[in-house]
Design a protein around this ligand. Structure first.
Ligand code: NAD
Ligand code: UDP
Length: 321
């Protein structure tokens, strides 16, 4: 009866479902909340029989009610891949702004500590490399990615305001590209895109000339960083990501090797405002949280590929998002 109670929004999504698993494993009572706009109950159905888990089908951009006490709130609800937030731009803006406001109000009422999922996208197409938390970013507010980037920047501002003016205990994690099992094959992000193409026997679509860079973090490492941040006493943003940077062209070659496909790379236009380089400076996470990633890309990609191989033909070939 004395278990700490945590509300996790976006619980049926990629990261939210892994967070549910971690908090269940650590002995918490977990309340998962999701409107399933990009998530899938399959990611958490293994938890349904557990008496320490409950699920609420709810859109957090509308008033959020949870009965009983709450110790922690982790706000992870938001479309997260470019395909998703371009398809549902208004919902993306709303969940980052109205959703965050509702949850901060709930945190204040329940005296809960709240952690928000921010993103490396707050740095936009960065002029500083690698990105430190002190960099203010280079975001085009009215470009296609603005709906996501600006929602996340507003989310940070609102969270700091509740911290400063209402004394709510808050934490802000700036997540860099993360991958692993339970990513949606058709979410358009580069890793599921490439692995899906390899599994279907299609050529791999590199956008632009492939010289843009990303730095990919395995999901278990990210979840551990978030867990440490929640229980730290640090209220300012912290980058969590793997600094091992690679060009998208090289990444395509790695996937070709990993999957053994005989397909080739084809080039398509670079989407507007696509950041040219991205790598986290993780000095803060190292110093404040004693955290750094442990899983290298070769190990992480193998586990992720093994997961995608378990998908059914139907899942593999559906173009639905
Ligand atoms: P995801 O799409 O797999 O999960 C998001 C979940 O939120 C889905 O289950 C979706 O149905 C739910 N959701 C969306 N809007 C909602 C609403 N209004 N009410 C209730 N539920 C809603 O994406 P993800 O990769 O798991 O991302 C989770 C969070 O982490 C997002 O906030 C995202 O911005 C952030 N993030 C992720 C990455 C990454 O690399 N995966 C990087 C930076 C930030
Ligand atoms: N990308 C690509 N081919 C694809 C999907 C994505 O070359 O089929 C590129 C995309 O243009 C970007 C990088 O891969 O430069 C990472 O894209 P993703 O959507 O995964 O994440 P984000 O751009 O948000 O970091």
């Amino acid at each position: 009866m004395d278990k700490k109670r945590v509300l996790i929004t976006g619980a049926a999504g990629f990261l939210g479902s892994h967070l549910c698993d971690r908090f269940m494993k650590e002995g918490f009572y977990v309340i998962g909340m999701d409107n399933l706009i990009t998530g899938n109950l399959k990611n958490i159905e293994h938890l349904f029989a557990d008496k320490n888990f409950e699920f609420h089908h709810h859109d957090v951009s509308n008033f959020v009610h949870v009965s009983g006490e709450l110790d922690y709130i982790l706000h992870f609800a938001s479309p997260a891949s470019p395909i998703d937030y371009l398809k549902i731009p208004i919902q993306t803006l709303k969940v980052g702004s109205l959703g965050t406001h509702n949850l901060l109000g709930l945190a204040k009422a329940k005296k809960a500590r709240m952690l928000i999922a921010s993103t490396s996208e707050v740095y936009g197409d960065p002029m500083v490399h690698p990105q430190t938390e002190s960099y203010y970013g280079n975001v085009n507010p009215i470009g296609p990615r603005g709906v996501y980037d600006e929602a996340k920047r507003f989310q940070e501002a609102m969270t700091m305001a509740y911290h400063t003016y209402h004394g709510v205990e808050t934490r802000i994690v700036r997540i860099f590209n993360t991958y692993g099992p339970r990513m949606r094959l058709n979410d358009g992000r580069v890793l599921p895109a490439f692995i899906g193409q390899a599994l279907r026997g299609e050529d791999l679509t590199v956008f632009g000339d492939g010289s843009q860079t990303r730095s990919f973090c395995y999901v278990d490492d990210l979840i551990d960083g978030i867990y440490r941040l929640l229980f730290s006493d640090y209220a300012y943003p912290v980058n969590i990501g793997n600094p091992d940077e690679i060009t998208i062209g090289e990444f395509a070659e790695e996937i070709i090797k990993l999957t053994g496909t005989d397909q080739k790379v084809i080039y398509e236009p670079l989407p507007k405002d696509d950041p040219m380089q991205r790598r986290p400076d993780i000095t803060k996470a190292q110093e404040i949280l004693g955290w750094e990633p442990k899983v290298n890309r070769a190990e992480g990609l193998k586990i992720t590929y093994d997961y995608f191989k378990t998908l059914t033909e139907e899942e593999l070939f559906t173009k639905e998002h």
